[in-house]
Design a protein around this ligand. Structure first.
Ligand SMILES: Cc1cc2nc3c(=O)[nH]c(=O)nc-3n(C[C@H](O)[C@H](O)[C@H](O)COP(=O)(O)OP(=O)(O)OC[C@H]3O[C@@H](n4cnc5c(N)ncnc54)[C@H](O)[C@@H]3O)c2cc1C
Length: 448
């Protein structure tokens, strides 16, 4: 749409049921609608602390049909609004169908009105990613699914085994636990959420375990079997063989580029099972064919895909471009509490040879956190010891998602601890921690 706004003639081909992609139909939006329901249920169970409701602390019931119907309603509204916006652009034509490249300047579009061949000067490939499944016995059994299946699930599973402790697995584990499922989370790496701040990821693991989630790290899943109406996931850690049981098993073991049927073999576009290869201008090895978003690999986030797409659009409209860089990206794991990350972790900065230190704020002393009865929360700021520039912000607290906007701006604009200390943050909000943390560092000798 940005290209059409810039006056270019654009043909947008979409193979799905509406405009919005994975984010709208299978990802960000539906999972956060579930998350909202789960968090409200959690809050109701603790409402007596605030003098609200009965004292028995009974868990609120969940009418899953209402949650799913609400999801459908939001999705339809957003898809409808996207189509209306698209139709308002005179140089944009939207065709619902499947596009397949047929050489470097031609594509075959198969839609409901049959097949048409179109010629183009330039193309942007933004076909996203597809969830992977472990190549193990039992991976295709009924009840074994990926995040796509969880988004469509008809009832809250009594028990759920999640394979994969990345953002999607952790988010789903937290959401379904708060909705009443008994959850086991199995992760192959030594810790969950590998790219996240190590200290906060460890603390989040402890909090999730406190909620009742069984989390096993450094395990290898062997197979899945069906027994007495349940699914048994057999896995091992070192030499010990174990089994996790669930009515549903969901794999969140990563996503690969969605290149099936895209006709890349008719071009010089280079790809493997992890990504389509692009240069610094997001152009593939085929001149004039660009690729953005999940298709080009990690990080796989909607806002990152949008930033890349906007950059390519500006480039093709002949406007100045600042390409998005991973070290200024931000992201949120929508567990409860939320884990927000912006910029670099301490470990990644050290690896890149940047002189950094970390300052930490404990939200136990915080007015907003006390008002909301949030007993666990931390903000960690990674800053350069030579010039006090902020290069990373990491927060584990309910509400961390809304802290990451300021964090991303601080990092992108090269903000220092001094500027942060002088910024007047509103009281009582979780953002006050930014000023408090900066002032506490500046009143102390700088660690070397
Ligand atoms: C469960 C889950 C939760 C998530 N939560 C978040 C979150 O909270 N925040 C966040 O930032 N990210 C989240 N993500 C990630 C986010 O959804 C993706 O990073 C984002 O959607 C990628 O955008 P994209 O444009 O690259 O691809 P997509 O959104 O996947 O869009 C690709 C589009 O291309 C279409 N298409 C594919 N092949 C063809 C073809 N041959 N012809 C025509 N059309 C085709 C598809 O139908 C689709 O509409 C989540 C993902 C999942 C799975």
């Amino acid at each position: 749409m940005a290209l059409a706004q810039g006056g270019q003639r654009v043909l947008l081909v979409e193979a799905g049921v509406g405009l919005g992609g994975t984010c709208l139909f299978e990802g960000c939006i539906p999972s956060k609608i579930f998350r909202d329901a789960a968090a409200r249920r959690f809050e109701i169970s603790g409402a007596a602390t605030f003098g609200i409701g009965t004292k028995d602390g009974a868990a609120a019931g969940v009418d899953w049909r209402v949650v799913q119907a609400r999801k459908q309603h939001v999705l339809a509204a957003r898809a409808g609004a996207a189509l209306t916006s698209a139709h308002s652009l005179p140089t944009l034509e939207v065709v619902f169908g499947h596009a397949r490249l047929n050489g470097p300047h031609r594509a075959i579009v198969e839609g409901s009105n049959g097949s048409t061949e179109v010629a183009f000067d330039r193309a942007i490939l933004a076909t996203g990613s597809v969830p992977k499944r472990l190549p193990i016995q039992g991976a295709m059994l009924p009840g074994v699914m990926t995040s796509e299946g969880l988004i469509e699930i008809e009832r809250i599973p009594a028990s759920l085994v999640l394979i994969g402790g990345g953002p999607i697995g952790v988010e789903m584990a937290s959401i379904f636990t708060l909705l009443g499922s008994r959850v086991t989370l199995l992760e192959a790496a030594a810790r969950i959420l590998e790219p996240a701040d190590e200290v906060l990821a460890r603390r989040l693991k402890a909090l999730l375990e406190g909620d009742g989630i069984v989390i096993e790290t450094a395990v290898s899943v062997d197979d899945i079997r069906q027994s007495d109406g349940e699914l048994q996931v057999r896995y091992h850690a070192e030499a010990t063989q174990r089994t996790a049981t669930g009515t549903i098993v969901a794999m969140a073991v990563g996503r690969g580029p969605n290149v099936a049927g895209l006709g890349l073999e008719s071009t010089r576009v280079r790809y493997d099972d992890r990504r389509v290869y692009v240069n610094g201008s997001l152009e593939t090895d085929e001149s004039g064919i660009y690729a953005t978003g999940d298709l080009v690999g990690q990080p796989m986030f909607a806002h990152w895909a949008t930033a890349q797409a906007l950059a390519v659009a500006r480039h093709l409209c002949g406007q100045p471009v600042v390409y998005p860089r991973p070290e200024t990206n931000s992201a949120v794991v929508f567990s409860r509490p939320e884990l927000g990350m912006s910029g670099r972790t301490f470990e990644s900065a050290k690896t890149d040879g940047i002189p950094v230190a970390v300052a930490e704020y404990d939200y136990r002393v915080d007015a907003r956190a006390q008002i909301s009865n949030e007993k666990n929360g931390w903000l960690r700021i990674v800053y350069r010891t030579d010039n006090h520039q902020i290069v990373g912000v990491h927060a584990l607290i309910e509400g961390a998602s809304d802290l990451m906007g300021e964090a991303a701006l601080a990092i992108k604009s090269g903000c220092t601890l001094e500027t942060l200390a002088q910024t007047i943050h509103p009281h009582p909000t979780l953002t006050e921690a930014f000023g408090a943390i900066a002032r506490s560092v500046l009143s102390q000798p700088v660690p070397t």
